[in-house]
Design a protein around this ligand. Structure first.
Ligand SMILES: C[S@@+](CC[C@H](N)C(=O)[O-])C[C@H]1O[C@@H](n2cnc3c(N)ncnc32)[C@H](O)[C@@H]1O
Length: 220
């Protein structure tokens, strides 16, 4: 039933008392976190009433209704949670949800659909990015796990994600190769320095991560 994307998100949820599944829609994430006993209670939150109704229906049908609360709300607001999952929303939307949150959760599991660098820049003020990795499920997705604290990300870490750079895998190498090809094509028709700088950054990143992955392969 679960897609690769949803499975990866759920696997990142640490054991905790209260989980907030923000933008829960179907309710799969919060429900499976309960079924797998990762958390004791899930607060399902959605700004859309029909989406929240889907979560109510699903969680109840899976027999975990007694461990659930359902909030028809814009973001977390004053809801207290130890862990919040915010998945399938844009990075700027995630930032605005967090900015409006009264008490920030200890751990965030985030799967932004776009504006990932903006999100990283915002997060480092209040969170340490423990895990920040790209994966493929038909298309590319980013998955971030952040713990309360602070961080100081380099320009490359803001652009590409720390875990991708420290432990690059085949998906990441493929992603950077595709990005490089895309920006090379754009650079053919423009003098825009930012585009040419991007090509250079991608070329250097590709070289570094290829060397790292070859190094792993040789060790194996
Ligand atoms: C694309 S769905 C993602 C569903 C699920 N989290 C997932 O990853 O599969 C996005 C959901 O977020 C909800 N949403 C968008 N902005 C929101 C906000 N500010 N507060 C709460 N829910 C929001 C939408 O109504 C929608 O149900």
């Amino acid at each position: 039933m679960l897609s690769v994307r949803l499975r990866k998100i759920i696997d990142c949820i640490p054991h905790a008392d209260i989980l907030a599944d923000v933008g829960c829609d179907h309710g799969y994430i919060g429900t499976f976190a309960l079924l797998e006993n990762r958390v004791k209670e899930t607060v399902f939150i959605d700004i859309s009433r029909p989406s929240l109704d889907k979560a109510i229906q699903f969680a109840t049908s899976m027999g975990v209704g007694e461990r659930c609360r359902f909030l028809h709300s814009d973001g977390l607001g004053n809801c207290r949670a130890d862990v919040a999952v915010i998945a399938g929303m844009g990075g700027m939307e995630i930032i605005s949800v967090l900015k409006e949150t009264e008490k920030l959760p200890d751990t965030l599991v985030l799967q932004p659909m776009k504006n990932v660098s903006d999100l990283r820049i915002y997060l480092q003020e209040n969170y340490r990015l423990q895990y920040d990795k790209l994966f493929k499920d038909g298309k590319y997705y980013n998955l971030i796990v952040a713990a309360k604290g602070s961080d100081s990300l380099s320009a490359d870490e803001i652009a590409f994600g720390r875990t991708n750079l420290d432990c690059p895998d085949e998906s990441f190498v493929q992603f950077i190769s595709e990005q490089l090809e895309k920006y090379r094509q754009i650079a053919l028709d423009t003098d825009n320095q930012q585009v040419h700088d991007k090509v250079q950054q991608l070329r250097e990143t590709l070289k570094t991560v290829k060397e790292k992955t070859q190094c792993y392969n040789q060790k194996c």
